[in-house]
Design a protein around this ligand. Sequence first.
Ligand code: PEP
Length: 342
Amino acid sequence: MVVVMSPGAPPEHLAAVVARIEQAGAKAFVSRGLDRTIVGVIGEGSRVAELTLAGMPGVATVLRVSEPYKLVNRQACTERSVVWVGSAGREVPVGPGTFTLIAGPCAVESAAQTLGAARLAAGAGATLLRGGAYKPRTFPGVFQGLGKDALRILADVRDATGLYVVTEVIDPADVELVASYADMLQVGAANMQNYALLDSVGRQGKPVLLKRGLQASVDEWLMAAEYVAQRGNCEIVLCERGIRTFETATSATLDLASIPLVQRLSHLPVIVDPTHAAGRRDLIVPLARAAIAAGADGLLIDVHPDPENALVDGPQALAGAELRELASAVRQLPPVLGRRPA
Ligand code: PEP
């Protein structure tokens, strides 16, 4: 069951709702969004609580939600959510009505390389900068990221370019540190079901970019998002990045159907990462166009000022002609679908 509080309901109304739920022997999970606060009710006492919650001061609606993901369920918010990234007064929206490009290097290698990539990204229409500080790789013994030094570089590049920073956190112990530099915390595909990490990012106030696991069903992905939301953070953007199938010609198989499907099942924004799905530069723009057409709220793209010499994933980084093609797709296609640049 989900209780949707009225916009602007005062804290004492919320406290009374939570107390009533707990008195009934159920658990209350409060998630405060920018527009509304919702309370997930879980446990044996939820039926009892349901009878007495509707009509309490500050309660807009009480909904029965049968799916195991309640707070991120579309039923909890009939309108799709917008997640705002960055500082008050100059936030970047991710969600319906707009289209957000997140771009930057796969890994932060140096200040010059990151600034170069950020300028390319901004030139292509990006408003958010991606860049990996911690890069656990399939092959041990290769470059694994600059860690804290990379976080400092990203923050400096944000100051120089105005692009807000999205970066991956892989260890729950690093969440506070990463959040002190980044504007949005990325949970990578390999960590989608790392519950300690989901718990930790859920307790942080920063928006979360949650990538779909390579072997995760849409339901499992939404349940991972529910973990974050149940810890109090509903500022979550989902990212489809391809799943593992029998096909080996690409890194992963981009599941385009998941975009409209997730938008029916959940109110959370969903963006697409064609870079890590394709794993090869020549397929990224066609997949990006398909993602926009399927209704994605944004794209996540690797760019690099010198892909041939990139320390990580050069063959999938855009630069030059391909980046210009991507920029033109991002400029031209979303407005046809009623979206303005974020
Ligand atoms: C990334 O975005 O840097 C990345 C490694 O992607 P994924 O977690 O989807 O593999």
